[in-house]
Ligand binder design. Sequence first.
Ligand code: HEM
Length: 218
Amino acid sequence: MGIISSSIARKVAMALSGLFLVLFLGQHFTINLTSTFSPETFNEFSHFMGTNFLVQAILQPVLIFGVVFHFVMGFILEARNRSARKVSYVSYKGNANSSWVSRNMIYTGIVVLAFLGLHFYDFWFPEIAYKYIEANPSDATRYYGELVEKFHSPVRTGLYVLSFVFLALHLYHGFASSFQSVGFNNKYARGLKKFAKVYAIAIPAGFIFIALFHHFNH
Ligand code: HEM
């Protein structure tokens, strides 16, 4: 893997791309939350994000690269770890020396990846088609209606909610341990880890609230 050939470098790369995605998640959540109390604000934010040149030409490609990089590296890391561990640990006591979430990052990650497939099918592909393929005229008020419509279906709402539970599990280990991986280990590390664990539960719980809110209100 060229520049990212040592296993430490791979871990750092995983942590940095993960931290970047955590930042994205915070802003994505903030904008989506406005849809539960002010459709106008949600439309304004969405219109800005969807039409601003810097967001579209720079931030969006960087984000997509970040997502792809994180999951490709995740698969590589998992494969390398498996092949390096042909003989299982002598002292492997399951929960006693590692948590369930830390041992199953690849599986919680695969569920989040599957969710992203559905999510892009729901929102991102129609958006790209609307703007860049069909070249429809700009309409600053359409976003709220498009969002609400997606949560009519109980099956889709259920799949979203289930995915957010897996996202919480993934973040619960991933976010907190990323500080360790980038070598951040001073007196603030404990506090930051606590913050990461709260964030890992609160943000997915907030996404669950948004999905259920639109399902039961429309
Ligand atoms: C109730 C929960 C959520 C709602 C209502 C929602 C809504 C949306 C909408 C409307 C878009 C389209 C943005 C555009 O116009 O391009 C979008 C894009 C996206 N969402 Fe979500 N989202 C939710 C949860 C999540 C979660 C949990 C993740 C990550 C695990 C996520 C990741 C993304 C990504 C990566 C994009 C593409 C961003 C871009 O490049 O435009 N979303 N979402």
